[in-house]
Every structure is written in structure tokens, then in C-alpha cells.
Design a protein around this ligand. Structure first.
Ligand SMILES: [Zn+2]
Length: 248
């Protein structure tokens, strides 16, 4: 019944129609709250562990993006009601994109962000994703998902740059992270798109816990074409720079 409900909803049926279809097939009236909880992923017959193990988690662009965000602004935590993967940020379109892609990875509807003060939040529970993404994130463990294909790599980098990238006045794209290994990994992946970067360097000598790298202006058209930003204000700055210098 659960799988039928998901399928019927995907075909665009209303709750009323779904209830009728289920009744026709199984002779049971399920209530609208149950349907709603199933569709939002709040509950399921799989006990919130819809992807039962890491072996069954499939590489995809959506997963690549989620992993990239997780290494940036995203977080994981363990609470009484489950293992949480989430993002809090002030750019609405960023949190929406994360929620949409996280929903796809978990085989459920997009997770619609909610607002707390000026911050947007999107969270979901998944034991399997938690196992993959909990801290400290093991780069060896995420590699096969991130490097699955060019599209997965690009989505991973986009998630990372949406989180911690920025465009300077002079048209350099910077990427910050507290983890040196993450930046070294990003540098390696960028190179596979022909994008050269400089760094990682410590952000300031007093604080060795933060690092950055930057992409030089000459490779920005490639960055724009292959990676780019979901965050509108960052993408706009990049486009403005490229237009100003006749590269777009
Ligand atoms: Zn792929």
C-alpha cells in the first residue's frame, strides 16, 4: 500500500483519489494523515530507514550535491527521534535546492524549508545517510559516490561552493573550509574539469584551523560552465564579473 501511495502521488493524484484507489485495490480506507506522513517521509513501514543500508545507496547528482553541502554548511546529529541530516542558511534558494535533492535521495517529496528568524532550515532523518555523512566525514567513504561520473562530481563541487564559496571583486572564486583535506580534495576534482586553483592556504597565521583556495580569473568561464552556484547572489556576482570582462 505504501509503495502504491507514493506511485499514485507521483502521477499527480489528490489524497481523495489516492484513498479511493487504495480502497479499490485493498479494500482498506487509509486516513489522510497517514498518507501525508508517508509522503513527507515522517513515517513509513520501513521505520524511517528507507534505504536499509549503505550498500543500497545509489550514486546520483542529488547525492553528490548533498555530500558537498554536508562538507560545507550542512550538519548531521543524532536525536531521540532519529539521525538528522540538515542545512541552515540564509539563502532561501540554497536551502530549497538542498531540501529538494535530499528528498530525491531519500525517495520522498522535496523537503520544504521552514523559516526561523532570518534562517531557512531543511532537515530529514535517515540512518543510512547519517552513517555516510556523520562527523568526521571519511573522504574514502564518500569517494565512490562523489566520483561516480562527471555530473556527480560537478554536483558535489556545486554543493561545496554554494556553502563556502564566494566571488571577490577582482573576480576570484574563493572556497573556505576548516578541513584541509576537503580543500585538497576539491582542488583535485576541479582539475578534472580543467580548473586550476591555488592553495589550500591557512586563512590567517593565528588560526591554522581554517583554510582557503581560490580559482584564478582565467578559469572562471570553465567554473561557470561546469559548476556554478545555486545561491543567486553568488551566481550574479560571477556573471557580472564575466560580463564586465567580456568572458560571457
Ligand atoms: Zn554519477
Amino acid at each position: 500500500m505504501y509503495n502504491d501511495v507514493l506511485k499514485l502521488r507521483k502521477r499527480g493524484l489528490s489524497y481523495t483519489k489516492i484513498r479511493e484507489e487504495i480502497y479499490r485495490k485493498y479494500g482498506v480506507w487509509i486516513d489522510a494523515t497517514t498518507i501525508s506522513n508517508w509522503l513527507r517521509g515522517e513515517s513509513s513501514p520501513y521505520n524511517g530507514r528507507r534505504i536499509p543500508s549503505l550498500e543500497l545507496l545509489k550514486p546520483s547528482e542529488d547525492l553528490g550535491y548533498v555530500i558537498g553541502v554536508r562538507l560545507g554548511d550542512g550538519y548531521t546529529c543524532e536525536k531521540s527521534h532519529g539521525c538528522i541530516i540538515g542545512l541552515q542558511a540564509k539563502d532561501k534558494e540554497f536551502v530549497e535546492e538542498f531540501g529538494r535533492r535530499l528528498g530525491n535521495v531519500l525517495g520522498r517529496e522535496p523537503i520544504i524549508p521552514w523559516k526561523d528568524a532570518r534562517i531557512y532550515i531543511a532537515e530529514a532523518t535517515s540512518k543510512t545517510l547519517y552513517e555516510l555523512l556523520r562527523k568526521p566525514v571519511d573522504l574514502k567513504r564518500i569517494k565512490k559516490y562523489v566520483e561516480h561520473c562527471e555530473k556527480c562530481m560537478a554536483a558535489f563541487l556545486r554543493g561545496l561552493f554554494d556553502s563556502e564559496g564566494c566571488v571577490s571583486e577582482r573576480g576570484y572564486v574563493y572556497l573556505y573550509n576548516t578541513n584541509y583535506e576537503v580543500l585538497a580534495y576539491a582542488k583535485k576534482l576541479l582539475r578534472r574539469f580543467g580548473i586550476e586553483s591555488t592553495g589550500p592556504w591557512p586563512q590567517n597565521k593565528a588560526n591554522e584551523d581554517s583554510y582557503y583556495l581560490y580559482i584564478r580569473a582565467k578559469d572562471l568561464p570553465k567554473f561557470y560552465r561546469h559548476i556554478g552556484f545555486t545561491v543567486r547572489r553568488k551566481q550574479k556576482r560571477l556573471e557580472e564579473y564575466l560580463k564586465r570582462t567580456g568572458k560571457l
